[in-house]
Write a protein that binds this ligand. Structure first.
Ligand code: PLP
Length: 398
């Protein structure tokens, strides 16, 4: 018997749940793209994006997904023959490095595996070794969505400063902007990238690259930069038409406006506290279930976990079975495991991920956890008894 009819819940780590107000904002006639309302809304829209990134610097908007944001950032910083340092803590660091390699850039990857955050001391060693300063950027995935690991960006800033290395500190915040604390300027991040479809609760299709003046000076000599990816016209203070190098993503911008209104209204600090508490509820449930049986949160130390996405190890093919059960029987779609085991290997089905980013609240989180517990029971996956109770306690004490 399926109990899935009703409102479905997409609990994958992006795209995330789109609020009704955001959907409604798109349900309207197309605006004039040359003048009027769309132009007038841009300064405040950009200001609100900078508020979410906690920066006073520049924000370029692209019609692209996160991969487009990656390429945009790389193109504006690099020339063929440059080197980049990539401290990788999951699949996304490696995928990003494929992109820099394709630009003719030398990748220096430090692979921290799937269960450890970046060790800044190893980054320090790589920077010290680079006496000629061939490394132009340290490409960091702040939260790697495949492993759920959240890295310490301030520690990386410190080793860059202490070694006097001029490389730019670049942070992929696609998974978690608006969910996990991120302070671009205070933390000394030179370039930050995000997308519309995760913490920002807007359909996929917009990428944002925030960059400071130091990064823009590097842009001056970057030979990978192309007309379309160039961030300078996109931040032109007067000529709005150049912001998109063509037609503006009209309805995405209306959607984003509505989403940013929601963040403004709740307040960024409260948005982040909500994410933190709901993440703790989720972890409490997994810890409770994990007390007996195979369930385990991939990143053991909570200090290095994201408040936006959690990767779970559950062994065998239990991840695949549980995902199928939750979707077919209960209307909840969980995320697939990504990059945890070779695709097609016997281990590959033993993982899943939960996206808990953006438009989520206590009843969604408790409902999601209730469904997971029902799935564990239905599938005879061994688990401890106290998971839901522990999650309820976290919500109750909030
Ligand atoms: C989602 C995500 C990406 C890729 O974004 P797409 O929109 O799928 O291209 C890159 N990095 C991180 C950390 C992500 O979470």
């Amino acid at each position: 018997m399926s109990l899935a009819n009703g409102r479905p819940y997409l609990a994958i780590p992006g795209p995330s749940v789109i609020p009704d107000a955001v959907l409604r904002a798109m349900h309207r006639a197309a605006p004039n793209i040359y003048t009027g309302e769309l132009h007038e809304m841009m300064p405040e829209l950009v200001a609100d994006l900078k508020y979410v990134a906690q920066t006073e610097q520049h924000c370029a908007i692209y019609i692209a997904n996160g991969h487009g944001g990656w390429e945009a950032a790389l193109a504006n910083m690099l020339s063929p023959g440059d080197a980049v340092l990539i401290p990788a803590t999951g699949r996304f660091g490696h995928t990003w490095s494929d992109m820099s390699a394709a630009l003719g850039v030398e990748n220096r990857i430090i692979d921290f595996g799937l269960r450890s955050p970046i060790d800044a001391e190893r980054v320090r060693e790589a920077l010290v070794e680079d006496r000629e300063h061939r490394i132009k950027a340290v490409l960091t995935v702040y939260v790697d969505t495949s492993t759920g690991i959240r890295n310490d960006l301030e520690a990386l800033r410190r080793v860059l400063d202490e070694t006097g290395h001029p490389a730019l500190l670049v942070a992929d915040c696609i998974a978690c902007m608006g969910c996990d604390r991120f302070e671009m300027d205070a933390w000394g991040v030179d370039v930050a990238i995000t997308g519309s479809q995760k913490g920002l609760m807007t359909p996929p299709g917009l990428a944002f690259v925030f960059y400071n003046d130091k990064a823009d000076r590097v842009r001056e000599n970057a030979r990978c930069v192309t007309h379309y990816w160039d961030w300078r016209p996109r931040t032109d203070p007067v000529d709005f038409y150049r912001h998109f190098d063509g037609t503006a993503p009209t309805h995405h911008l209306f959607a984003l406006r509505a989403a940013l209104d929601m963040i403004r209204e709740e307040g960024l600090e409260q948005v982040m506290r909500r994410h933190a508490i709901l993440a703790r509820a989720l972890w409490a449930a997994f810890d409770g279930w994990g007390a007996e049986g195979p369930i385990e949160i991939n990143m053991a130390d909570p200090a290095y976990r994201s408040h936006a996405v959690t990767a779970i190890r559950i062994g065998g093919d239990n991840g695949d079975r549980l995902r199928a059960w939750c979707e077919q029987k209960a209307g909840v779609t969980l995320g697939i495991g990504l990059g945890m085991a070779p695709p097609g290997s016997p281990e590959a089905g033993g993982f899943f991920r939960v996206g808990h980013m953006g438009h989520i609240n206590a009843h969604m989180t408790m409902g999601l956890l209730g469904v997971i517990q029902a799935g564990l029971k239905a599938l005879d996956i061994p688990h401890g008894p106290g998971g839901l109770d522990a999650a309820a306690s976290v919500c109750a004490e909030a």
